[in-house]
Design a protein around this ligand. Structure first.
Ligand code: AHR
Length: 478
């Protein structure tokens, strides 16, 4: 077993790991919302319980591409009188009965204790329609719209702070060019801020030329932007389960590149505003998109341990970018793409990605500090490295996650620290990174307790190949 040394540098602090970095995304696409989260009348208890446990601090809705055709007024009032219309996203066409609308989604957020993040319609909508949605949801005044909200069962304003102005408007959301989008954004954002000055508005970003043009066009109106949305999907890494070694490492490399994508977007924003982090980067869709996830499969794909390790690599990058990354949403929350929860009929189970999020949950709220792994092995690929992330918490707790990405070689990790009281230590691995959970084998991949040796102020533990472990540590005597 190759020895590796983990060195923490508490003096080098990246920033606080805000719960918003652990957000999720629920689109009216395939079986994510309908037949996943929502059964037409209610949110199935099993799915809700798995998501509450995760937890889900932030939830983006209703799209995605779907958002740019969504008329919110179709989704309020008695369900029996809501219209049945053509629902569309990503080439899928369905009958949308609007049974899951604003009030239902807010009920879900309450059940999950999640902060809502709404995406407005800039494809077929108007600034007036979006302003009305904000007024309906958030205003405490006595207006026709707010009284309609009260009549529909919500006496108090919902208080939704985060609003996306369109989605992927360089593509599905209207095929805008960057200049026209920026002008349209300026109009929407100005009017939305009149309705509620404290809204946090999210502008649609894309690649560097688009982002530069949007920032340049908005010029002296950059204060209309709170968050800058970018999306990062990893593809081209072979099939979901039958991948080879090169494809295994390829996915981990793609996941690692997410950090630089965030960092380079943040550099552009800093150049434009003159201040680091003034406009946050909103990575509001991210994850693996396997070739199996197509229109024909309703964007569903198997979720393996490889995907979960890739998510862990990305989350490490989020911690390191926590000074500039203001929110992130895994795509998507149930059934679609890299879903943490999958369902068939009334049966639901968690994917290895769910376990990675669950293992990382104790990092939330902590300050991310530099965590360097000294590994002198000859690696088959740089993506095979042992990677670590660590957060320090006010209650004198240290949380450390270490990933051994190597496909075949185990690692023996040592860490010299004053945090030698092991409160909890869990390991996630499987016989091969191709393993997944299914309805028939829902616990095929799940964490086990990790054995940690403590001696002379030093912790030591073994990491099998393709594994990760999270240790929750307290200072001795705490
Ligand atoms: O998450 C699936 C789709 O991917 C979203 O609707 C869109 O925003 C992106 O292209």
């Amino acid at each position: 077993m190759k020895p590796v040394t983990l060195r923490l540098n508490p003096a080098l602090q990246y920033g606080t790991v805000q719960p918003r970095l652990y957000g999720h995304f629920a689109e009216h696409l395939g079986r994510c919302c309908y037949d996943g989260l929502w059964d037409g009348h209610s949110f199935p208890g099993g799915v809700v319980q798995l998501l509450r446990e995760l937890p889900v601090p932030l939830l983006r809705w209703p799209g995605g591409c779907y958002a740019d055709r969504y008329h919110w007024k179709d989704g309020i009032g008695p369900r029996s009188s809501r219209p049945r219309r053509l629902g569309m996203s990503c080439g899928l066409q369905v009958v949308e009965d609007h049974s899951l609308g604003t009030h239902e989604f807010m009920q879900l957020c309450r059940l999950l204790q999640a902060e809502p993040y709404f995406a407005g319609n800039m494809g077929t909508g108007s600034p007036q329609e979006m302003c009305d949605w904000v007024e309906y949801c958030n205003s405490p005044l006595d207006t026709n719209l707010t009284n309609l909200r009260r009549k529909n069962g919500a006496p108090e304003p919902f208080g939704i702070r985060l609003w996306g102005v369109g989605n992927e408007n360089w593509g599905c959301g209207g095929n805008y060019d960057a200049h026209s989008y920026a002008l349209e954004y300026r109009r929407y954002a100005t009017m939305l801020r009149h309705v509620e000055p404290a809204l946090e508005l999210v502008v649609c970003g894309f690649d560097e030329p688009w982002n530069k043009k949007v920032l340049e066009t908005l010029g002296r109106h950059l204060d209309l932007i709170n968050h800058f949305s970018i999306h990062h999907y990893w593809g081209g890494c072979g099939p979901a389960t039958g991948f080879n070694e090169a494809q295994y490492y390829g996915l981990l490399r793609a996941a690692a590149s997410t950090e630089e994508f965030v960092a380079s977007t943040a550099r552009l924003l800093e150049q434009a505003t003159g201040e680091k982090g003034k406009i946050g980067v909103a990575l509001d869709e991210w994850g693996v998109w396997h070739p199996e996830a197509t229109t024909g499969s309703k964007y569903e794909q198997p979720g393996t341990l490889r995907d979960a390790l890739a998510a862990a690599v990305a989350l490490r990058g989020f911690h390191r970018q926590s000074a500039v990354l203001s929110l992130a949403n895994l795509a998507q929350i149930v059934n679609v793409l890299q879903a943490p929860v999958q369902t068939t009929g009334a049966t639901c189970w968690v994917t290895p990605t769910w376990h990675v999020f669950h293992l990382h949950a104790p990092h939330m709220g902590g300050v991310a500090v530099e965590a360097e792994v000294v590994d002198e092995d000859n690696l088959p690929d740089p993506a095979a490295a042992t990677l670590a992330t660590a957060t320090q918490h006010q209650d004198s707790k240290l949380v450390v996650t270490v990933i051994n990405s190597h496909l075949e070689a185990a690692r023996q990790v040592t860490l010299a620290t004053e945090f030698t009281r092991v409160q909890r230590a869990r390991l996630l691995t499987a016989a091969t990174p191709r393993e997944q959970n299914t309805a028939l084998q829902p616990e095929n991949v799940k964490p086990v307790e990790l054995e940690v040796a403590v001696r002379d102020g030093q912790l030591s533990w073994a990491l099998p190949p393709h594994s990760l472990a999270t240790l929750e540590l307290a200072a001795n005597g705490k």
